[in-house]
Design a protein. Structure first.
Length: 92
């Protein structure tokens, strides 16, 4: 059980870094052209945490989709946002 907790914590930390990295990329594509300062990874993680406060903490579910929704969904949703952002960036 301890190993599963450590793996979950590692996946959670990696998702935070991935979200921060994605935010820096999207910021440089869509915000920097307006003359606003580029952000680094620490700023992006901070902004993601700030905007995450508005969503609140989700209630834990006891069904079989808990692993998917809590560990894999941040990667999938962030990757989809990057793909959509890249396509939009191409047409700018």
């Amino acid at each position: 059980m301890l190993v599963l907790g450590l793996v979950g914590f590692l996946v959670w930390m990696l998702s935070i870094l991935y979200i921060g990295f994605s935010a820096t990329i999207l910021w440089s594509w869509f915000i920097v052209p307006f003359g606003i300062t580029p952000i680094n990874l620490a700023w992006a993680i901070g902004l993601a945490c700030l905007f995450g406060l508005g969503r609140g903490i989700p209630r834990s579910s006891e069904d079989n989709d808990k692993l998917f929704s809590e560990l894999l969904m941040p990667y999938i949703s962030t990757t989809l946002l990057l793909i959509i952002g890249y396509i939009s960036h191409i047409f700018m």
